[in-house]
Design a protein around this ligand. Structure first.
Ligand SMILES: [Zn+2]
Length: 150
């Protein structure tokens, strides 16, 4: 059947539908935790909750009793655990980083005396060279050095 024929057929059939059997639209949504199909309205509707994030969860609970099924609770607990896990992991990473930094600092501190003694030796050598140069100058100009700087 062509599309137009289809449309005509639908038109005719709706025109001849008796008013009594007017169908009500049934909405459904999958539970965001257990994936069960939830019927949102009508006689066979399930009890459910909708969060601010437009997430649907089934909830089966008789008043005054603990819930038989509470998918939102499960979802939130899971989310919380995941969040706490990542926070914990981040903290651990930070601590590790801090430890590494401190170790590096210690290494640098250990290396410092060596650098200092090297510097000292260098400056001593420099002074001695200066002194020798002065002796040379004095020999050239006929004067004597007054004191040894080292
Ligand atoms: Zn569920």
């Amino acid at each position: 059947m062509s599309v137009i024929a289809d449309l005509i057929y639908i038109r005719i059939s709706t025109n001849f539908q008796p008013m009594k059997t007017k169908k009500k639209l049934i909405y459904s949504h999958k539970c965001d935790w257990c994936n069960r199909e939830l019927i949102l309205n009508g006689e066979d509707s399930d009890s459910y909750v909708v969060t601010a994030e437009y997430k649907y969860f089934c909830i089966i609970q008789t008043p005054g009793k603990p819930a038989e099924r509470d998918c939102m609770k499960n979802y939130l607990e899971n989310k919380k655990n995941k969040y706490e896990y990542t926070i914990k992991k981040k903290l651990e990473e930070k601590e590790e980083e801090q430890k590494e930094k401190e170790e590096e600092k210690e290494k640098r501190l250990e290396a410092k005396p060596r650098v200092l003694s090297k510097l000292e030796a260098l400056s001593k050598e420099f002074k001695q060279r200066q002194f020798k140069n002065r002796i040379k100058d004095n020999q050239r100009f006929g004067t004597l050095p007054t004191k040894n700087p080292s």
